[in-house]
Design a protein around this ligand. Structure first.
Ligand SMILES: NC(=O)c1ccc[n+]([C@@H]2O[C@H](COP(=O)([O-])OP(=O)(O)OC[C@H]3O[C@@H](n4cnc5c(N)ncnc54)[C@H](O)[C@@H]3O)[C@@H](O)[C@H]2O)c1
Length: 380
């Protein structure tokens, strides 16, 4: 029997993220042995009883709810984990905080900054631990990039650029709305690639390079009408299919960001590069265990971009996994976030990004969309 303190999880939504989080809860104590807490898969909530039960049976949840309000009201639940579409985050998070539950919420925090603000107020007023699953911070190579930037090795930063490219919405026959396709419906998602993909890039950028001051953006909706699954009728598409923006960071550097779901051949190409006075770093999600590094202070005859394989025990998180040289993957970023969340309960330190951190990203997204709509620079 484990002597660890149980942390009873109530999961809302059991799609893609419901699976990544459940895997994180199940694996965390196997690999992070020094944690004081142990997540318990207490209940999963979905609207359809038999589907939720099938998920509970497969993943090992003890019980099922079909109404999130009942889940939030349960005395045996410590933490509510929100894995539903973006329009379903705010109401659940606010009710959970008011009920004194810890809240872990998928990104983006909500559809807009205005919708996010009461969520921040609710968790702060209730003083409940909270975190938002901007999981790319916890790719070991990205965490190492943060350590390198903070060490000052790059010197003054001049440029930050990031891309997040996909190609899955090019077909005009793809409907909008409903299961699996809610991302194409602005009513559910809030926005298109800006809130879905660029929000990740913005969160990482703020973490690595500090606040964004102002933005100038352009967006495009390439396919103007799609059948809506709810009505069966063609309706205007109101999401951004592609978004490009440039910006000033508070530290004086310039930022350049691009995201689209129309880059044929790219599935989830998240890349970033930072150019400093003394050194540069770059990273690519398709090769997530590697960090590329250029150091101008190297001897000139061997100076060049080096590729560092981030698998050694002294590199972030890797001491918990295999032996040097052996890779980890996407799912591990969620294990890391669970580990850091549990650690934060012991230390009392916040598990970043908190709801307040994610509000800053939401404000940048809003400024980007407003800039594109008005064809004007916007302060964040
Ligand atoms: N961190 C990441 O990298 C990442 C990746 C993908 C998605 N996300 C975010 O995670 C959230 C969920 O995305 P997903 O890809 O898992 O979506 P999904 O469509 O795979 O799953 C959504 C789940 O929510 C359920 N659901 C919808 N409305 C509900 C309601 N009213 N009550 C209860 N359940 C409801 C659906 O039945 C489904 O189980 C979104 O906010 C998305 O932006 C984050």
């Amino acid at each position: 029997m484990s002597d660890k303190k149980p942390l009873n999880i109530g999961l809302v939504g059991y799609g893609f993220m419901g699976r990544t989080h459940s895997n994180g809860y199940k694996r965390v104590n196997d690999f992070f042995g020094d944690l004081e807490y142990r997540p318990v898969l207490k209940a999963v909530c979905g609207r359809t009883q038999d589907k939720a039960q099938a998920f509970a049976d497969q993943w090992g949840y003890e019980s099922v709810e079909t109404d999130w309000k009942k889940l939030v009201a349960r005395a045996d639940i410590d933490a509510i984990d929100i894995c539903t579409p973006n329009d379903q985050h705010a109401e659940v998070a606010i009710a959970a905080a008011k009920a004194g539950k810890m809240v872990l919420c998928e990104k983006p925090l909500a559809r807009t900054a205005a919708e996010s603000e009461p969520m921040v107020a609710a968790v702060e007023e209730a003083k409940v631990p909270n975190t938002v699953w901007y999981n790319y911070r916890r790719v070991p190579a990205v965490t190492l990039a943060k350590q390198i930037v903070d060490s000052g090795k790059l010197g003054k930063i001049f440029h930050y650029r990031a891309n997040f490219l996909q190609d899955w919405t090019i077909s005009a026959d793809l409907p909008q709305g409903g299961a699996g396709l809610w991302r194409l419906d602005a009513a559910a998602a809030g926005s298109g690639v800006t809130g879905d993909l660029l929000a990740h890039c913005i969160d990482t950028a703020i973490w690595l390079n500090g606040s964004i001051k102002d933005v100038s953006a352009m967006t495009e909706t390439f396919i103007k009408e799609r059948v809506h699954t709810a009505t069966g009728e063609k309706q205007a598409v109101t999401i951004d299919d592609a978004c490009l923006f440039h910006c000033h960071f508070a530290n004086g550097s310039l930022g350049l960001f691009e995201s689209t779901r129309y880059a044929r051949g790219h599935k989830a190409l998240y890349t970033f590069e930072i150019n400093g006075e003394h050194a540069s770093i770059r990273w690519d999600l398709h090769d997530l265990n590697r960090l590329e590094y250029f150091d101008h202070s190297d001897d000139s005859i061997v100076r060049g971009w080096r590729t560092v394989h981030i698998t050694d025990g002294d590199q972030p998180y890797m001491g918990h996994w295999w032996v040097p040289g052996l890779c980890i993957g996407y799912e591990h970023t969620f294990v890391h976030q669970v580990a850091d969340f549990l650690k934060s309960l012991s230390t009392g330190e916040p598990c970043r990004p908190t709801f307040r951190d994610a509000l800053e990203t939401a404000r940048v997204c809003d400024a980007v969309l407003a800039s594109a709509a008005e064809r004007a620079w916007k302060n964040v």
